[in-house]
Design a protein around this ligand. Structure first.
Ligand code: G3H
Length: 490
């Protein structure tokens, strides 16, 4: 087990001797009460006191934009980040192991998460060089010469989700740092230890106070931070409810910049002309990669009634071929789900659907052993059921039939979410006619392909309750800076 008793604040690795939070893996082992989650470590259960100290450190380092970091040249900042990547890569094996054990992600996907993050940082460095070249230019108009630049914003509170504890956290943290801001960084509840091996790398790579960690229960430490009014940017990837609650705490909410990636209920639309083999393969990938615990997962499928039976048959057959096992099993597709309450919640959703007239179509669908949940295809789903609107964030696939394409369009119009849709059709005219209605309701339309965030150079955002601001290698640099200028009268 890894018992973390240190945290990074104001350039120091401080010792912690207060209360701790124990970390239990979704990977279960036999225990006195049957299969039990394995204890794999613990971390400081920080309080508002340390959170406020971290805030003071970040503010001092920023020093109203006059600190060493916000005034450092772009080249200087890039050198610090390169040093960080070098040190981060030295911790690769341990970080991957911690992703596997803390959130039950397969070794292959955990490795991909680490390597994708390194790639993301390297792409960010290249993008920053480009942005700096474009931004630092002279503009002349009406007798004034202006030299423009991208400037930092201030103190950023960064919080990432459990499902990509490293990668998604870093998609805000890294651009926020490199644009010259100073950071309060609270790791996700499941996925905290993942960051422990990297704290020294932060400490040794950036000036004092640029990166400060915040530990403890979110509800105890983050509302107070927001209420100070000293957080300039809230960078949060997680639930819409938490984001809205946090924003409301800020006394000057209209001054707060928010970069958010939140709840989503991405729909797949399988039309009558769809190539069902492609649709099934992509829907399985989209719904069940990492057990459906992705904001970009396909979370409901509308299938044309004329092809529904065939689609459900192929979908069930495809799911039956998936490999189940521990994260280190070769070629594994389905692993234990990360959150302790998830199996019970998914059962509740399935029971509710059955009580309202649906059935589980595939063999063994919804069966649970310890923290494993076998995927369930639930059909036909209707508006009375939880699965119709709630984001299940797990291996349950609600499917509903449609007659007219207006039905899935209306579903999306009425939805509080607006991240992505996938359209499956082999009819070019039909596909073209569906792009406009959907692209103005969500932020990405996927044609004959699953929903997903990558490639990371593509913009990543959402409408309605699904996002605020835009992430991606290029957009994030803009999200964490403002365009400012020095104007001289000629
Ligand atoms: O959980 C939300 C992630 O942004 C999903 O990313 O589509 O690359 O798996 P992904």
């Amino acid at each position: 087990p890894i018992h973390q008793r240190e945290y990074l604040s104001n350039g120091e690795m401080k010792q912690w001797d207060g209360e701790v939070s124990e970390v239990y893996s979704p990977i279960c082992i036999p225990g006195p009460t049957g299969l039990e989650r394995k204890l794999i470590g613990s971390y400081p259960l920080g309080t508002e006191v340390e959170a406020m100290e971290a805030l003071a450190a970040a503010e001092t380092a920023y020093n109203n934009g006059r600190g060493e970091w916000p005034t450092m040249s772009v080249d200087g900042r890039i050198k610090c980040l390169e040093k960080f990547v070098y040190k981060m890569v030295e911790q690769r094996d341990l970080v991957i192991k911690l992703i596997v054990w803390e959130i039950g992600k397969s070794v292959a996907d955990s490795t991909k998460e680490f390597d994708r993050t390194v790639e993301y940082i390297n792409l960010t460095i290249d993008a920053l060089k480009d942005l700096d070249r474009q931004s630092s230019r002279f503009e002349i108009a009406e007798g004034v010469v202006a030299q423009t630049r991208r400037s930092p914003i201030g103190v950023v509170l960064c919080m990432g989700p459990f499902n990509y504890p490293l990668n998604e956290t870093f998609t805000t943290l890294i651009p926020a740092i490199i644009m010259g801001n100073t950071i309060l960084f609270k790791p996700p509840k499941h996925g905290t230890l993942v960051h422990y091996p990297l704290l020294r790398a932060f400490q040794e790579s950036f000036p004092k106070g640029v990166v400060n960690t915040v530990y403890g229960r979110g509800a105890n430490v983050t509302p107070g931070l927001m209420a100070t009014g000293k957080i300039n940017v809230l960078a949060f990837i997680g639930s819409s409810k938490v984001a809205n609650d946090l924003k409301k705490r800020h006394p000057k909410i209209n001054r707060l910049r928010a970069v958010l990636s939140l709840d989503a209920k991405n729909a797949a639309i399988v039309t009558k002309s769809a190539d069902l083999n492609i649709a099934v393969a992509e829907c399985i990938l989209g719904s069940l990669s990492y057990n459906g615990q992705r904001c970009t997962a396909i979370k409901i499928i509308h299938v044309h009634k004329d092809v529904a039976d065939e689609f459900l048959k192929l979908l069930s057959e495809g799911i039956a071929k998936l490999k189940y096992g521990m994260p280190w099993t070769k070629g594994v597709n389905l692993t234990p789900v990360a959150e302790p309450g998830k199996p019970a919640y998914l059962k509740e959703c399935i029971d509710d659907a059955i009580a309202n007239g649906a059935r589980v179509v595939n063999e063994n669908g919804g069966e649970t052993v310890a923290s494993f949940v076998f995927p369930a295809v639930v059909y036909p789903v209707n508006a009375q059921m939880k699965l119709y609107r709630e984001e299940q964030f797990g291996p349950v696939i609600p499917v509903l039939p449609f007659d007219s394409i207006e039905e899935p369009i209306q579903y999306q119009i009425d939805s509080p979410h607006g991240m992505q849709v996938s359209i499956f059709s082999t009819d070019a005219e039909e596909t073209a006619s569906l792009i406009d209605p959907f692209v103005n309701l969500v932020s990405r339309v996927n044609i004959n392909a699953q929903c997903q965030r990558g490639p990371d150079v593509f913009p990543f955002t959402g409408r309605k309750d699904s996002a605020e601001g835009t992430l991606s290698v290029n957009d994030a640099l803009r999200s964490f800076s403002i365009r400012s200028l020095v104007a001289t009268k000629m």
